[in-house]
Design a protein around this ligand. Structure first.
Ligand code: SF4
Length: 434
Protein backbone atom coordinates (compact mmCIF):
# COMPACT_ATOMS: atom_id res chain seq x y z
CA UNK A 1 0.00 0.00 0.00
CA UNK A 2 1.32 3.45 -0.94
CA UNK A 3 2.00 5.72 2.03
CA UNK A 4 2.11 9.49 1.97
CA UNK A 5 5.22 10.71 3.77
CA UNK A 6 5.51 14.29 4.85
CA UNK A 7 9.12 15.34 5.05
CA UNK A 8 9.54 18.88 3.77
CA UNK A 9 7.31 21.97 3.28
CA UNK A 10 3.73 22.15 4.59
CA UNK A 11 2.57 22.47 0.97
CA UNK A 12 2.91 18.71 0.65
CA UNK A 13 0.30 17.95 3.29
CA UNK A 14 -3.26 17.02 2.30
CA UNK A 15 -5.86 19.77 2.62
CA UNK A 16 -8.04 20.21 5.69
CA UNK A 17 -11.60 18.91 5.30
CA UNK A 18 -14.56 20.60 6.94
CA UNK A 19 -18.32 20.04 6.86
CA UNK A 20 -21.08 22.60 6.56
CA UNK A 21 -24.24 22.53 8.68
CA UNK A 22 -25.94 20.05 6.40
CA UNK A 23 -22.99 17.67 6.54
CA UNK A 24 -21.56 18.40 3.10
CA UNK A 25 -17.82 17.69 3.21
CA UNK A 26 -15.63 20.35 1.60
CA UNK A 27 -11.90 20.73 1.03
CA UNK A 28 -10.38 23.90 2.54
CA UNK A 29 -8.87 26.19 -0.15
CA UNK A 30 -5.46 26.43 1.51
CA UNK A 31 -5.25 25.14 5.12
CA UNK A 32 -3.66 21.68 5.53
CA UNK A 33 -4.73 18.81 7.74
CA UNK A 34 -3.34 18.35 11.26
CA UNK A 35 -3.89 15.55 13.78
CA UNK A 36 -4.00 15.17 17.54
CA UNK A 37 -1.97 12.77 19.63
CA UNK A 38 -4.04 12.90 22.81
CA UNK A 39 -4.53 16.65 23.23
CA UNK A 40 -1.33 17.54 21.39
CA UNK A 41 -1.56 18.90 17.83
CA UNK A 42 0.77 17.01 15.49
CA UNK A 43 1.83 17.34 11.86
CA UNK A 44 0.83 14.02 10.27
CA UNK A 45 3.85 12.30 8.75
CA UNK A 46 2.61 8.87 7.67
CA UNK A 47 -0.75 8.78 5.91
CA UNK A 48 -2.37 6.27 3.61
CA UNK A 49 -5.19 6.51 1.08
CA UNK A 50 -8.44 5.90 2.91
CA UNK A 51 -9.40 2.23 2.43
CA UNK A 52 -12.57 1.83 0.36
CA UNK A 53 -14.84 0.55 3.15
CA UNK A 54 -13.95 3.27 5.66
CA UNK A 55 -16.59 5.83 6.64
CA UNK A 56 -16.53 9.62 6.85
CA UNK A 57 -18.24 11.55 9.65
CA UNK A 58 -18.63 15.17 10.56
CA UNK A 59 -18.50 16.31 14.18
CA UNK A 60 -21.19 18.92 14.90
CA UNK A 61 -20.07 21.88 17.05
CA UNK A 62 -16.39 20.84 16.84
CA UNK A 63 -14.47 23.46 14.80
CA UNK A 64 -11.53 21.95 12.91
CA UNK A 65 -7.87 22.93 13.28
CA UNK A 66 -5.76 23.41 10.16
CA UNK A 67 -2.15 24.27 9.40
CA UNK A 68 -1.36 27.47 7.49
CA UNK A 69 1.23 26.31 4.91
CA UNK A 70 2.79 29.80 4.77
CA UNK A 71 4.03 29.78 8.36
CA UNK A 72 3.14 26.40 9.86
CA UNK A 73 0.77 28.02 12.39
CA UNK A 74 -2.30 26.17 13.62
CA UNK A 75 -5.66 27.89 13.01
CA UNK A 76 -9.09 27.22 14.46
CA UNK A 77 -11.67 27.43 11.67
CA UNK A 78 -15.10 28.40 12.96
CA UNK A 79 -16.76 29.69 9.76
CA UNK A 80 -16.36 28.80 6.11
CA UNK A 81 -18.21 28.91 2.84
CA UNK A 82 -20.87 26.20 2.79
CA UNK A 83 -21.96 24.00 -0.11
CA UNK A 84 -24.29 26.81 -1.35
CA UNK A 85 -21.57 29.48 -1.30
CA UNK A 86 -22.83 31.16 1.92
CA UNK A 87 -20.63 31.73 4.97
CA UNK A 88 -21.63 29.75 8.06
CA UNK A 89 -20.37 27.55 10.92
CA UNK A 90 -18.14 24.67 9.94
CA UNK A 91 -17.30 21.39 11.65
CA UNK A 92 -14.42 18.93 11.76
CA UNK A 93 -14.45 15.79 9.60
CA UNK A 94 -13.28 12.35 10.77
CA UNK A 95 -12.73 8.97 9.15
CA UNK A 96 -13.55 5.54 10.62
CA UNK A 97 -11.04 3.15 9.08
CA UNK A 98 -11.90 -0.26 7.69
CA UNK A 99 -11.21 -3.17 10.11
CA UNK A 100 -7.52 -4.15 10.26
CA UNK A 101 -6.21 -0.56 10.28
CA UNK A 102 -4.90 1.11 13.44
CA UNK A 103 -5.42 4.85 13.68
CA UNK A 104 -2.36 6.91 14.54
CA UNK A 105 -3.92 10.37 15.08
CA UNK A 106 -7.25 11.79 16.17
CA UNK A 107 -8.99 14.46 14.08
CA UNK A 108 -7.60 17.90 14.97
CA UNK A 109 -10.59 19.80 16.38
CA UNK A 110 -11.86 21.75 19.37
CA UNK A 111 -14.05 19.19 21.15
CA UNK A 112 -15.06 20.97 24.34
CA UNK A 113 -17.59 23.34 22.74
CA UNK A 114 -20.11 20.58 22.04
CA UNK A 115 -22.68 19.60 24.66
CA UNK A 116 -23.27 15.98 23.62
CA UNK A 117 -21.31 12.70 23.48
CA UNK A 118 -20.15 11.50 20.08
CA UNK A 119 -21.31 7.95 19.21
CA UNK A 120 -18.75 5.17 19.79
CA UNK A 121 -16.59 5.16 16.68
CA UNK A 122 -12.80 5.37 16.21
CA UNK A 123 -12.51 8.96 14.98
CA UNK A 124 -9.39 9.32 12.82
CA UNK A 125 -7.61 12.32 11.23
CA UNK A 126 -8.37 12.66 7.50
CA UNK A 127 -7.40 15.12 4.73
CA UNK A 128 -7.76 15.40 0.96
CA UNK A 129 -5.19 15.66 -1.81
CA UNK A 130 -4.73 14.56 -5.44
CA UNK A 131 -8.30 13.28 -5.67
CA UNK A 132 -7.95 11.03 -2.61
CA UNK A 133 -8.81 11.03 1.07
CA UNK A 134 -5.75 10.37 3.25
CA UNK A 135 -6.04 8.98 6.78
CA UNK A 136 -3.66 8.73 9.73
CA UNK A 137 -3.55 4.95 10.12
CA UNK A 138 -1.54 1.84 9.30
CA UNK A 139 -2.58 -1.67 8.44
CA UNK A 140 -1.80 -4.12 11.22
CA UNK A 141 -3.51 -7.19 9.71
CA UNK A 142 -4.75 -8.04 6.24
CA UNK A 143 -7.25 -10.84 6.76
CA UNK A 144 -9.68 -11.79 3.97
CA UNK A 145 -12.04 -13.33 6.55
CA UNK A 146 -12.86 -9.86 7.85
CA UNK A 147 -12.61 -7.98 4.55
CA UNK A 148 -15.91 -6.12 3.96
CA UNK A 149 -15.63 -7.11 0.28
CA UNK A 150 -16.35 -10.69 1.37
CA UNK A 151 -19.66 -9.77 3.01
CA UNK A 152 -22.10 -9.45 0.14
CA UNK A 153 -25.62 -9.29 1.56
CA UNK A 154 -27.07 -10.81 -1.63
CA UNK A 155 -25.81 -14.16 -0.32
CA UNK A 156 -26.92 -13.48 3.23
CA UNK A 157 -30.72 -13.52 2.94
CA UNK A 158 -30.98 -16.94 1.21
CA UNK A 159 -28.51 -18.30 3.79
CA UNK A 160 -30.66 -17.01 6.65
CA UNK A 161 -33.70 -18.63 5.04
CA UNK A 162 -32.06 -22.03 4.86
CA UNK A 163 -30.55 -21.73 8.38
CA UNK A 164 -33.89 -20.81 9.97
CA UNK A 165 -35.55 -23.89 8.47
CA UNK A 166 -33.44 -25.90 10.93
CA UNK A 167 -32.90 -23.44 13.83
CA UNK A 168 -35.88 -21.43 15.07
CA UNK A 169 -35.11 -20.54 18.70
CA UNK A 170 -34.71 -17.12 20.34
CA UNK A 171 -30.91 -17.13 19.94
CA UNK A 172 -31.29 -17.67 16.20
CA UNK A 173 -33.82 -14.83 16.00
CA UNK A 174 -31.45 -12.54 17.94
CA UNK A 175 -28.57 -13.41 15.57
CA UNK A 176 -30.74 -12.72 12.51
CA UNK A 177 -31.22 -9.19 13.92
CA UNK A 178 -27.45 -8.91 14.51
CA UNK A 179 -26.70 -9.93 10.93
CA UNK A 180 -29.36 -7.88 9.17
CA UNK A 181 -29.79 -4.77 11.36
CA UNK A 182 -26.42 -4.31 13.11
CA UNK A 183 -24.46 -5.81 10.20
CA UNK A 184 -22.32 -7.87 12.56
CA UNK A 185 -19.82 -9.77 10.41
CA UNK A 186 -19.57 -12.65 12.89
CA UNK A 187 -23.36 -13.12 12.84
CA UNK A 188 -23.29 -13.07 9.03
CA UNK A 189 -20.63 -15.82 9.15
CA UNK A 190 -22.98 -18.05 11.14
CA UNK A 191 -25.61 -17.94 8.39
CA UNK A 192 -23.02 -18.08 5.61
CA UNK A 193 -21.64 -21.16 7.43
CA UNK A 194 -18.00 -20.13 7.57
CA UNK A 195 -15.19 -18.89 9.87
CA UNK A 196 -15.91 -17.25 13.25
CA UNK A 197 -19.51 -17.18 14.49
CA UNK A 198 -20.88 -15.53 17.66
CA UNK A 199 -22.69 -17.06 20.63
CA UNK A 200 -23.95 -14.20 22.85
CA UNK A 201 -25.36 -15.36 26.20
CA UNK A 202 -25.11 -12.66 28.82
CA UNK A 203 -27.43 -9.84 29.91
CA UNK A 204 -25.32 -8.54 32.80
CA UNK A 205 -21.86 -7.12 33.33
CA UNK A 206 -19.43 -6.53 36.19
CA UNK A 207 -18.07 -3.32 34.57
CA UNK A 208 -19.44 -0.02 33.21
CA UNK A 209 -17.05 0.80 30.39
CA UNK A 210 -17.14 4.39 29.19
CA UNK A 211 -17.32 3.09 25.61
CA UNK A 212 -19.60 0.06 26.14
CA UNK A 213 -21.18 -0.77 22.79
CA UNK A 214 -24.24 -2.49 24.26
CA UNK A 215 -25.20 -0.19 27.16
CA UNK A 216 -24.88 3.57 27.57
CA UNK A 217 -26.43 5.82 30.24
CA UNK A 218 -29.35 8.03 29.20
CA UNK A 219 -27.23 11.19 29.15
CA UNK A 220 -24.69 9.64 26.73
CA UNK A 221 -25.00 8.63 23.08
CA UNK A 222 -27.08 5.75 21.80
CA UNK A 223 -25.41 2.32 22.24
CA UNK A 224 -24.50 0.88 18.84
CA UNK A 225 -25.67 -2.69 19.66
CA UNK A 226 -28.79 -3.79 21.49
CA UNK A 227 -27.87 -6.11 24.33
CA UNK A 228 -29.36 -9.59 24.33
CA UNK A 229 -32.44 -9.53 26.57
CA UNK A 230 -32.81 -13.24 27.46
CA UNK A 231 -30.74 -16.24 28.56
CA UNK A 232 -30.40 -18.72 25.68
CA UNK A 233 -30.81 -22.41 26.49
CA UNK A 234 -27.80 -24.74 26.47
CA UNK A 235 -29.66 -26.92 23.93
CA UNK A 236 -29.97 -24.10 21.42
CA UNK A 237 -26.35 -22.99 21.93
CA UNK A 238 -25.09 -26.56 21.46
CA UNK A 239 -27.17 -27.23 18.39
CA UNK A 240 -26.04 -23.98 16.65
CA UNK A 241 -22.40 -24.38 17.69
CA UNK A 242 -22.05 -28.06 16.76
CA UNK A 243 -23.48 -27.51 13.31
CA UNK A 244 -21.17 -24.54 12.73
CA UNK A 245 -18.05 -26.30 14.00
CA UNK A 246 -18.75 -29.37 11.86
CA UNK A 247 -19.83 -27.70 8.64
CA UNK A 248 -18.03 -24.36 8.37
CA UNK A 249 -14.54 -24.06 6.90
CA UNK A 250 -11.97 -22.81 9.45
CA UNK A 251 -14.72 -22.84 12.04
CA UNK A 252 -14.66 -21.07 15.35
CA UNK A 253 -17.44 -20.10 17.76
CA UNK A 254 -16.93 -17.23 20.20
CA UNK A 255 -18.69 -16.43 23.44
CA UNK A 256 -18.49 -12.72 24.38
CA UNK A 257 -19.87 -10.30 21.78
CA UNK A 258 -20.63 -6.60 21.29
CA UNK A 259 -24.34 -7.36 21.81
CA UNK A 260 -24.02 -8.73 25.34
CA UNK A 261 -22.62 -8.05 28.80
CA UNK A 262 -19.73 -9.96 30.37
CA UNK A 263 -20.04 -13.62 29.28
CA UNK A 264 -18.53 -14.96 32.52
CA UNK A 265 -21.66 -13.77 34.37
CA UNK A 266 -23.04 -16.92 32.66
CA UNK A 267 -20.03 -19.12 33.33
CA UNK A 268 -22.17 -22.16 34.27
CA UNK A 269 -24.13 -21.99 31.01
CA UNK A 270 -20.97 -21.57 28.93
CA UNK A 271 -19.14 -24.44 30.68
CA UNK A 272 -22.15 -26.76 30.31
CA UNK A 273 -22.52 -25.83 26.63
CA UNK A 274 -18.83 -26.39 25.86
CA UNK A 275 -18.87 -29.80 27.57
CA UNK A 276 -21.91 -30.84 25.52
CA UNK A 277 -20.43 -29.45 22.29
CA UNK A 278 -17.23 -31.41 22.82
CA UNK A 279 -19.17 -34.61 23.50
CA UNK A 280 -20.60 -34.26 20.00
CA UNK A 281 -17.68 -32.87 17.98
CA UNK A 282 -13.95 -32.33 18.26
CA UNK A 283 -13.92 -30.02 15.25
CA UNK A 284 -13.25 -26.25 15.12
CA UNK A 285 -12.18 -23.97 17.95
CA UNK A 286 -14.14 -22.50 20.83
CA UNK A 287 -13.15 -19.01 21.96
CA UNK A 288 -14.18 -16.67 24.74
CA UNK A 289 -13.95 -12.85 24.66
CA UNK A 290 -14.06 -11.50 28.21
CA UNK A 291 -12.97 -8.65 30.44
CA UNK A 292 -11.17 -11.25 32.58
CA UNK A 293 -12.53 -9.92 35.87
CA UNK A 294 -13.61 -13.40 37.12
CA UNK A 295 -10.48 -15.54 37.26
CA UNK A 296 -12.04 -18.59 38.95
CA UNK A 297 -14.96 -18.63 36.52
CA UNK A 298 -12.51 -18.42 33.64
CA UNK A 299 -10.62 -21.45 35.04
CA UNK A 300 -13.91 -23.39 35.14
CA UNK A 301 -14.68 -22.54 31.52
CA UNK A 302 -11.13 -23.44 30.44
CA UNK A 303 -11.51 -26.84 32.13
CA UNK A 304 -14.74 -27.46 30.22
CA UNK A 305 -12.80 -27.44 26.93
CA UNK A 306 -12.15 -23.82 25.86
CA UNK A 307 -9.46 -23.48 23.15
CA UNK A 308 -8.65 -19.75 23.27
CA UNK A 309 -9.45 -16.59 25.18
CA UNK A 310 -9.27 -12.90 24.37
CA UNK A 311 -9.14 -10.58 27.37
CA UNK A 312 -9.88 -6.89 26.80
CA UNK A 313 -8.11 -3.95 28.38
CA UNK A 314 -7.62 -0.33 27.44
CA UNK A 315 -4.39 0.07 29.41
CA UNK A 316 -1.72 -1.87 31.27
CA UNK A 317 -1.83 0.84 33.97
CA UNK A 318 -4.30 -0.08 36.77
CA UNK A 319 -5.54 3.50 37.25
CA UNK A 320 -6.33 3.98 33.55
CA UNK A 321 -7.93 0.54 33.38
CA UNK A 322 -10.23 1.37 36.30
CA UNK A 323 -11.07 4.84 34.94
CA UNK A 324 -12.34 3.25 31.70
CA UNK A 325 -13.83 -0.09 32.83
CA UNK A 326 -15.20 1.14 36.18
CA UNK A 327 -15.13 -2.49 37.41
CA UNK A 328 -17.46 -3.75 40.15
CA UNK A 329 -16.16 -6.47 42.47
CA UNK A 330 -12.83 -6.97 40.72
CA UNK A 331 -9.70 -4.99 39.91
CA UNK A 332 -6.86 -4.84 37.42
CA UNK A 333 -4.89 -7.48 39.35
CA UNK A 334 -7.70 -10.00 38.69
CA UNK A 335 -7.43 -9.28 34.94
CA UNK A 336 -3.69 -10.01 35.09
CA UNK A 337 -4.42 -13.20 37.08
CA UNK A 338 -6.88 -14.28 34.38
CA UNK A 339 -4.35 -13.73 31.59
CA UNK A 340 -1.81 -15.73 33.56
CA UNK A 341 -4.33 -18.49 34.34
CA UNK A 342 -5.10 -18.87 30.62
CA UNK A 343 -1.43 -18.97 29.65
CA UNK A 344 -0.68 -21.47 32.43
CA UNK A 345 -3.56 -23.67 31.28
CA UNK A 346 -1.94 -23.79 27.84
CA UNK A 347 -4.81 -22.25 25.84
CA UNK A 348 -4.14 -19.64 23.16
CA UNK A 349 -4.23 -16.30 25.01
CA UNK A 350 -4.89 -12.96 23.36
CA UNK A 351 -5.35 -9.49 24.74
CA UNK A 352 -7.73 -7.11 23.05
CA UNK A 353 -5.73 -3.96 23.63
CA UNK A 354 -8.05 -0.99 23.05
CA UNK A 355 -5.70 1.62 21.68
CA UNK A 356 -5.94 5.40 21.57
CA UNK A 357 -3.24 7.68 20.06
CA UNK A 358 -1.53 9.85 22.65
CA UNK A 359 -2.43 7.54 25.58
CA UNK A 360 -1.43 4.03 24.42
CA UNK A 361 1.87 5.18 22.96
CA UNK A 362 2.96 7.21 26.00
CA UNK A 363 6.33 5.90 27.26
CA UNK A 364 4.83 5.03 30.66
CA UNK A 365 2.10 2.93 29.04
CA UNK A 366 4.60 1.23 26.72
CA UNK A 367 6.69 0.20 29.75
CA UNK A 368 3.59 -1.07 31.57
CA UNK A 369 2.53 -3.11 28.52
CA UNK A 370 5.99 -4.61 28.12
CA UNK A 371 5.92 -5.59 31.80
CA UNK A 372 2.51 -7.25 31.34
CA UNK A 373 3.72 -9.23 28.32
CA UNK A 374 6.82 -10.41 30.20
CA UNK A 375 4.85 -11.28 33.37
CA UNK A 376 2.12 -13.24 31.64
CA UNK A 377 3.55 -14.67 28.38
CA UNK A 378 0.56 -13.61 26.21
CA UNK A 379 0.47 -15.17 22.70
CA UNK A 380 -1.26 -12.43 20.70
CA UNK A 381 -1.94 -8.70 21.07
CA UNK A 382 -4.86 -7.19 19.17
CA UNK A 383 -4.26 -3.51 18.47
CA UNK A 384 -7.94 -2.55 18.38
CA UNK A 385 -9.02 1.07 17.92
CA UNK A 386 -10.93 2.22 20.98
CA UNK A 387 -14.29 3.51 19.75
CA UNK A 388 -15.15 6.50 21.93
CA UNK A 389 -15.68 10.26 21.92
CA UNK A 390 -12.05 11.56 22.12
CA UNK A 391 -13.02 14.34 24.52
CA UNK A 392 -14.80 11.91 26.90
CA UNK A 393 -11.79 9.57 26.96
CA UNK A 394 -9.18 12.29 27.44
CA UNK A 395 -11.25 13.92 30.20
CA UNK A 396 -11.53 10.58 32.00
CA UNK A 397 -7.87 9.52 31.81
CA UNK A 398 -5.83 11.29 34.50
CA UNK A 399 -2.45 11.23 32.77
CA UNK A 400 0.26 13.82 32.40
CA UNK A 401 0.50 15.20 28.87
CA UNK A 402 3.44 13.27 27.57
CA UNK A 403 4.49 12.95 23.95
CA UNK A 404 3.67 9.52 22.55
CA UNK A 405 6.26 7.47 20.65
CA UNK A 406 3.70 7.02 17.84
CA UNK A 407 1.28 4.14 17.29
CA UNK A 408 3.24 2.61 14.41
CA UNK A 409 6.44 2.85 16.48
CA UNK A 410 4.65 1.00 19.29
CA UNK A 411 3.72 -1.84 16.91
CA UNK A 412 7.33 -1.99 15.62
CA UNK A 413 8.71 -2.01 19.14
CA UNK A 414 6.46 -4.94 20.13
CA UNK A 415 7.51 -6.89 17.02
CA UNK A 416 11.21 -6.26 17.69
CA UNK A 417 11.25 -6.84 21.43
CA UNK A 418 8.87 -9.82 21.47
CA UNK A 419 9.50 -11.84 18.31
CA UNK A 420 7.28 -14.75 19.52
CA UNK A 421 4.34 -12.41 20.17
CA UNK A 422 1.79 -12.07 17.37
CA UNK A 423 0.32 -8.64 16.65
CA UNK A 424 -2.97 -8.30 14.78
CA UNK A 425 -6.57 -7.15 14.78
CA UNK A 426 -8.80 -10.25 14.55
CA UNK A 427 -9.34 -13.39 16.62
CA UNK A 428 -7.06 -16.15 15.48
CA UNK A 429 -8.36 -19.64 14.92
CA UNK A 430 -6.01 -22.36 16.12
CA UNK A 431 -4.37 -23.99 13.12
CA UNK A 432 -4.04 -27.40 14.84
CA UNK A 433 -7.86 -27.80 14.82
CA UNK A 434 -9.79 -29.68 12.11
S1 SF4 B 1 -16.98 -5.28 29.77
FE1 SF4 B 1 -18.01 -5.28 27.77
S2 SF4 B 1 -20.23 -5.48 28.23
FE2 SF4 B 1 -19.17 -4.92 30.15
S3 SF4 B 1 -19.37 -2.69 30.24
FE3 SF4 B 1 -17.39 -3.17 29.28
S4 SF4 B 1 -17.82 -3.18 27.07
FE4 SF4 B 1 -19.81 -3.29 28.13
Amino acid sequence: MKYFRFDSGFDELPYLLYADQSGRIIEHPYLRMAGLSGKMPVIPDDLLPMPEYSKLFFLPDCPPLGIDPENGELEVVTEMEDGDGKTGPCFAVAAFPEPGFVRTLLPAAIYDRKNYTLPMWAYTAVGYRDGKYWIAAFRVEDNPKWDPRNYDDKLLLPSIKSFTKIHRGPLTRHLVQCATVNHCFAAKNLFLRRWEAPIPVSRKCNASCLGCLSLQPHDSCEASHSRIGFRPSADEIVSIAVEHLERAPEAMVSFGQGCEGEPLTEDGLIAESIRKIRLRTAMGSINLNTNGGYTDRLRTVIKSGLDSVRISLNSARPELYCAYYRPRGYGFSNVVDSIKAAVDAGIFTMINYLVFPGITDQPEEVEALKGLIVRTGIDFVHLKNLCIDPELYLRSMAVAEEKGIGMAALADLLKNEFPRLEIGYFNKRLSGRA
